[in-house]
Design a protein around this ligand. Sequence first.
Ligand SMILES: CC(C)(COP(=O)(O)OP(=O)(O)OC[C@H]1O[C@@H](n2cnc3c(N)ncnc32)[C@H](O)[C@@H]1OP(=O)(O)O)[C@@H](O)C(=O)NCCC(=O)NCCS
Length: 202
Amino acid sequence: MNKHKEIRLETQKDYKSVEKLTFDAFETMALPGRDFTNEHFYAHLLRNDKSFIPELDFVIESNGRIIGNIMYNLLPLTTDNTIKDKVLSLAVLSVKPELHGQGLGASLIKHTLKEAKNLGYKAVLILGGHPEYYNRFGFLPASQYGLKWLDGSELDAFLALELENGYLGNDGGSWELPEIFNTLVNEEAFNLFQEQFFKNGV
Ligand SMILES: CC(C)(COP(=O)(O)OP(=O)(O)OC[C@H]1O[C@@H](n2cnc3c(N)ncnc32)[C@H](O)[C@@H]1OP(=O)(O)O)[C@@H](O)C(=O)NCCC(=O)NCCS
């Protein structure tokens, strides 16, 4: 990171910029079977979810502009023998579209994985990520740790990384989506949010 770019924690005054950044970043992606972007709504909701980890909510600021953001939440795994409560989910990662491919996403991931380890977390899951992108940071298909998608299938985009060797093991575990998913898929709540989002001229 050069002197014009700083990785720092998100503050309340960044919220709107981060949501705009998230909208812009995900608008550039063509997701099969989906013709709208709601990740900015997810970022908005996540900050108020009990699973949210503010200590890992980082932005990249460059000359007063927010150009990158990453957010995590807690995603405990329940197995027959134990509850693994040191597991995170990488929830949102966004970089300004015109700045893609300059290593900003990688710097946010590397920075936060290091922080997460320092904070005592032992594994990170990604519920929907591009394996080709996340491989380079050590993420593997979650199925290699015995983890299954909610419907019991092995989903390619479900990824996992151990921060402590052996923490995930291979006995899998059940897990739940954060409660905010109910609001995320509520059309009325989304439309209301969108109205405000565009009205505020962000
Ligand atoms: C994904 C994202 C955060 C990456 O940020 P970035 O700063 O552009 O990434 P980096 O510069 O660190 O890495 C660039 C590399 O990743 C690759 N890459 C970027 N997005 C990729 C994707 N979706 N699938 C596979 N590879 C991808 C690029 O081809 C490039 O490869 P190279 O190093 O071999 O040239 C950014 O593209 C983005 O905001 N995308 C839209 C939102 C999104 O997809 N978020 C992640 C959800 S899983």
